[in-house]
Design a protein around this ligand. Structure first.
Ligand code: FAD
Length: 393
């Protein structure tokens, strides 16, 4: 399994810290408030190798461990969480090819994904199917050496600015149980070689959101879209898409948990600093016990969330299935992000509500962490099922 040695990790994290301080921090506030796609930062992210972070070096990636990867994600999310979605959704698509693709698919897709020349995300959700993935209605029908795709996806990260997608489809809509009729396809909006737009696929509207600004969340509409069966059908075998989608979510959940830790760490750091400079009743507010109680709780929860992420990432790196550990990290860290961002707003008083401070941004970004990669309702159900499975009586 992937392993990143300490000196290599140190160099990478140092490069990330410098980039965040020099390039991201000066523009994050303005781009976030304007909901502007950070095109220049995406070019930097290509140079830093982030689009290939989890891709095997044999295909041009960095081949980082999940542990190092999650530390990178936390560092970037401390400054601007949205940036991590641009490469994480992309890497979930890449991971599906890397873990389940045929040799030809790996050789064809992964080098293009690793450089960021072809970027994209994961297309699971539909207007009538989010949590209940088996209810999707997008179909892929075999026609000779091609598949013809019809249907619609929504809420897809990188749908508009990206060009590729790992798309969950039904290849046998009447299959029972329903998951047996599901497959995963790699589809593109452009010809990967000539870059010419392809017919049969278009984007719907860009979706407006509370937070997670800058990154595009959009719709895909497929009308008789044709793709090469050999390159598109991941693994070359129908009926395995549901397993690929849910297996891919493990690293996605670790990532969301790592992002949540970034949000919580920043909210805590801002609060610790602010509480020392803001004075009321003749003393800094950090000397009021009501504020101390908040800071103490925020710090303990943030550290616990960080350790849960480290634990899940370390286990993922050993190659074990980590449904329960990734679920625990995702659940606890995302609830912590919401909680700590809310407490940070209280500590900042009226200034927490001001757009001149980063707190309102953290406060708007945090709730998505409870929804993405499986809602927190589902996480607790997954944890409970695993608990019972691992501890039979
Ligand atoms: C900003 C953003 C970006 C996103 N990016 C992507 C992306 O890149 N790719 C992608 O495929 N999707 C993406 N999504 C979609 C996201 O994964 C879904 O919103 C999420 O899975 C929940 O689905 P839903 O919104 O349809 O809610 P529903 O499934 O309708 O759920 C509604 C509520 O019911 C609860 N619930 C549902 N079923 C159960 C159950 N069995 N037991 C208990 N409670 C239940 C849920 O927890 C939730 O509270 C994104 C969403 C957002 C907001």
């Amino acid at each position: 399994m992937a392993h990143t040695d300490e000196s290599e990790e140190g160099l990478i994290l140092d490069a990330i810290d410098k980039w965040v301080a020099r390039k991201v921090a000066p523009v994050a506030m303005e781009l976030e408030h304007g909901d502007v796609y950070p095109a220049d930062l995406v070019e930097d992210m290509k140079e830093l190798g982030l689009f290939g972070a989890l891709i095997d070096p044999a295909y041009g990636g960095l081949g980082l461990s999940a542990t190092t990867y999650s530390r990178i994600v936390t560092r970037i999310a401390r400054e601007w969480m949205s940036l991590t979605g641009i490469f994480n959704s992309h890497l979930m698509m890449a991971q599906i090819v890397q873990r389940f693709g045929t040799d030809r698919q790996k050789e064809y897709w992964l080098p293009k994904f690793a450089t960021g020349a072809l970027r994209g995300g994961l297309g699971l959700t539909e207007p009538d199917a989010g949590t209940d993935l088996q209810a999707i209605r997008t179909t892929a029908t075999r026609k000779g050496d091609k598949y013809v795709i019809n249907g619609a996806k929504t809420w897809i990260s990188n749908a508009i600015e990206g060009d590729a997608n790992a798309l969950l489809v039904k290849t046998d809509p009447s299959a029972e149980p329903r998951y047996k009729g599901m497959s995963m396809m790699i589809v593109t909006k452009i010809d990967p070689e000539t870059k010419a737009p392809l017919p049969g696929v278009k984007n719907g509207k860009k979706l407006e959101k509370l937070g997670y600004k800058g990154i595009d969340s959009g719709e895909f509409i497929f009308e008789d879209y044709e793709c090469d069966a050999d390159l598109a059908l991941v693994g070359g075998e129908e009926g395995r898409g549901f397993f690929m989608a849910t297996g891919g979510l493990e690293i996605g959940r670790i990532n969301i948990a790592a992002r949540s830790v970034g949000i919580a760490q920043r909210a805590l750091a801002e609060s610790v600093a602010y509480a020392q400079t803001r004075k009321t009743m003749g003393k800094p507010i950090c000397e009021h016990q009501a504020i101390q109680l908040k800071l103490g709780e925020m710090a303990a929860k943030t550290r616990a969330a960080e350790l849960l992420v480290e634990d899940a990432a370390r286990m993922y790196d050993t190659g074990e299935r980590v449904d329960m550990e990734a679920g625990m990290a995702k659940y606890f860290a995302s609830e912590t992000a919401v909680d700590v961002a809310t407490q940070a707003m209280r500590i900042h008083g009226g200034y927490g509500y001001s757009k001149e401070y980063p707190i309102e941004r953290l406060y708007r970004d945090a709730p998505l962490m409870c929804i993405g990669e499986g809602t927190n309702e589902m996480q607790r159900i997954i944890i409970a099922k695993q608990l019972v499975k691992r501890n039979p009586v």
